[in-house]
Design a binder for this molecule. Structure first.
Ligand code: SDX
Length: 436
């Protein structure tokens, strides 16, 4: 980061001494005001719950321009990556900083392929869950449990350990998600098949059974691979910030990623795709397109807690570029499956059109986000609603790892330890119970 020749001056109306604060410039995007010395020099904290105006780190991985609706992974536009690359190439880009050449790609694909099996003991760990456990509860447990099986790659300060753990997590997440799914539907686990691509392997582990051969549908494989690419990383979102804060204590990579899985589960974050599809199904039950007006009225009613799930974003105040690509994928998949008249897809497009013409949403700059169409695509592929966020976690694992490794690799990083504005009781003495 480059010191700017502009400085910020902080002055106080009570005559307290003013303070000059350095400003730093990134390669693109907003400058930052460096407040690291603020408390030492003024005895005051900044106050920014929800981190609306706070940069928690400097990073080289992902850049978002919310006003332009732009998303770059290591400088490459998401539109170009979705069109010209596959997910493992994007993983290589996020982890190592560059797209692989043919030789690097072959080596990386082989490395990941040969890490896709999980320790056999994990299936017995999984059997401890109820069959109807939510897949994200299972995934939070399984990912955290990886640290109990792979002790030889848990020293987060060892670069080789970080690389092996990265390979293991990227490789094993599809296997674990498929195991969570099979366990829930009472079918036998399907082992990975090394002759298949990453995404074809996932589809086979999800939908094959021992009873017959399974040939992955290339259109669906390409669709799921694109879903992985679109969800791979997204700057300092809630779950990535969770991974960074958790990892800043020096805990092992598996535990830090498990924290990210837990955070992603929330409906305001990665759980929105599940919530969005449930919302569309509820509107369908109400009467479909004719009932959109009634639903939108509920959303606008401040007394109702109804939100248009899959809409709005803390950063994007324009169309989420991923939502556009996801809508394209929707068309492709539904067309390939002869479902172009899928009522839910038609409902989603009608609702999007109405919302984008309604001042409530336009004035608040609420546009579809990545979660709005991803649920429809996944449902068409055959993935159950309850597994949507687990698929999101599968894809986001590479971004979490890249961000964690970037932090740990920065010699300046410290354990994250925010402060607070205390508004509770001042000092008081305990009274005997008879006097309370
Ligand atoms: C993801 O951070 C990331 O990058 C996340 C993510 C990633 O890749 O990691 O992009 C993935 O999490 C996408 C977001 C998925 N979540 C949803 O779709 C859930 C629905 N959307 C929201 O709840 C909301 O939009 C957030 C949480 C996404 C953003 O919330 P903010 O930035 O805190 O905005 P806000 O809640 O303060 O809302 C501002 C206004 C409010 O109205 P007023 O109080 O000004 O009258 O907009 C309204 C909100 O009520 N609003 C909505 C709305 N989202 C915001 N009203 C109806 N429906 C919505 N979806």
């Amino acid at each position: 980061m480059t010191p700017s020749d502009v400085k910020a001056t902080l002055s106080f109306s009570d005559g307290s001494p003013s303070m000059e604060l350095p400003i730093y410039r990134g390669s693109i995007g907003p400058d930052v005001i460096d407040i690291r010395k603020l408390y030492a020099q003024t005895g005051k904290f900044t106050y920014d719950p929800g981190f609306l105006s706070t940069a928690s780190c400097n990073s080289t991985i992902t850049y978002i321009d919310g006003d332009k609706g732009e998303l770059l992974y290591r400088g490459y536009p998401i539109e170009q990556l979705a069109q010209h690359c596959d997910f493992l190439e994007v993983c290589h880009l996020l982890i190592y900083g560059e797209l692989p050449n043919a030789e690097q790609r072959a080596k990386f694909v082989k490395t990941i392929t040969y890490h896709t099996m999980v320790n056999e003991q994990m299936q017995f760990f999984l059997r401890g869950f109820r069959r109807d456990a939510h897949p994200m509860a299972v995934m939070t447990g399984l990912v955290g449990a990886l640290s109990a099986f792979y002790h030889d790659s848990t020293d987060v300060h060892n670069a080789q350990h970080r690389e092996i753990a990265a390979h293991r997590l990227i490789a094993k997440m599809p296997t674990l998600v498929a195991m969570a799914y099979k366990y829930g539907v009472g079918q036998p686990f399907i082992y990975p098949k090394n002759s298949l691509s990453y995404s074809a392997n996932f589809m086979r582990m999800m939908f094959a059974t021992p009873c017959e051969d399974y040939e992955p549908n290339e259109v669906l494989v390409r669709a799921i691979d694109r879903i992985f690419i679109l969800h791979a990383d997204h700057e300092q979102n809630a779950s990535t910030s969770t991974v960074r804060l958790c990892g800043s204590s020096g805990t092992n990579p598996f535990a830090a990623i498990a924290a990210g899985v837990a955070c992603l589960w929330g409906p305001a974050h990665g759980g929105a795709n599940e919530a969005c599809l449930t919302m569309l199904e509820d509107i369908q039950k109400m009467g479909g397109v004719e009932k959109i007006g009634e639903f939108v009225r509920q959303v606008k009613d401040k007394n109702s807690s109804v939100r248009l799930m899959g809409f709005g974003h803390r950063v994007y105040k324009n169309y989420d570029p991923r939502a556009k690509l996801m809508r394209e994928t929707c068309h492709e998949v539904l067309g390939a499956l002869g479902l172009q008249n899928d009522p839910l897809f038609k409902l989603a497009m009608a609702l999007e059109k109405i919302a984008l013409e309604d001042d409530y949403f336009v004035s608040r700059k609420l546009y579809p986000n990545v979660d709005y169409y991803s649920g429809i695509v996944q449902r068409a592929i055959g993935i159950p609603v309850s597994l949507f966020t687990a698929v999101f976690a599968l894809a986001r694992t590479v971004g979490w790892i890249a961000q964690l490794n970037e932090m740990i690799g920065d010699a300046e990083y410290k354990i994250g330890r925010p402060r607070q504005l205390f508004v509770g009781s001042t000092r008081r003495d305990v009274k005997p119970i008879s006097l309370r």
